[in-house]
Design a protein around this ligand. Sequence first.
Ligand SMILES: [Zn+2]
Length: 209
Amino acid sequence: MFLEPHFKGQRSGWIEVICGSMFSGKTEELIRRLKRAKIANQKVEIFKPKIDTRYDSVKVVSHDDNSILSTPVDHSSKLLDLSDGVGVVGVDEAQFFDNELPDVCQQLALRGIRVIAAGLDMDYKGIPFGPMPDLLAVAEYITKVHAICSHCGNLATHSFRLAADAGQVLLGEKDTYEARCRTCYHMGNILNLKVNAALTKTNGQEKKK
Ligand SMILES: [Zn+2]
């Protein structure tokens, strides 16, 4: 578990990144850190890109419904205007932000702000997602969280898209994506065909009884 650093004397800002595949608990971990800062009476602001409208326009919502209020913004530069007097800045769905996000986070950290960003490290093709690689490079602390592979139960690092849509951004959940380990991810749809075949076989046997 991530433990906040201790500071003696002047406190400076820093950047934390929480990354991983879908269903890996990134947002839950972001919320955990932000809530603890709130309890300690630190001023916390949370931002998310306007693109993410899955659940609620003003809340960072994780899959377990443990939510926290946030401000949707259309560009990362808005974070600089909206973070005056703030001690901790949270960024959810960081992968959907523009490429200026890493620079913006660095400017916030220089102001003495603790920045915590959560995002997908790879898209469904396994390619580093948006500003995430640069953000990871400039961060002081990185936490890679893992999901559980839907097929073999190993730790999952990849988000496999079940739908045929080829765009990089396709918002959705369990019916659109599944978490997979490296091996199962590279088996692609063959794995789904095998699962379907096994299900058909099982159903057939049940009918015979
Ligand atoms: Zn697997």
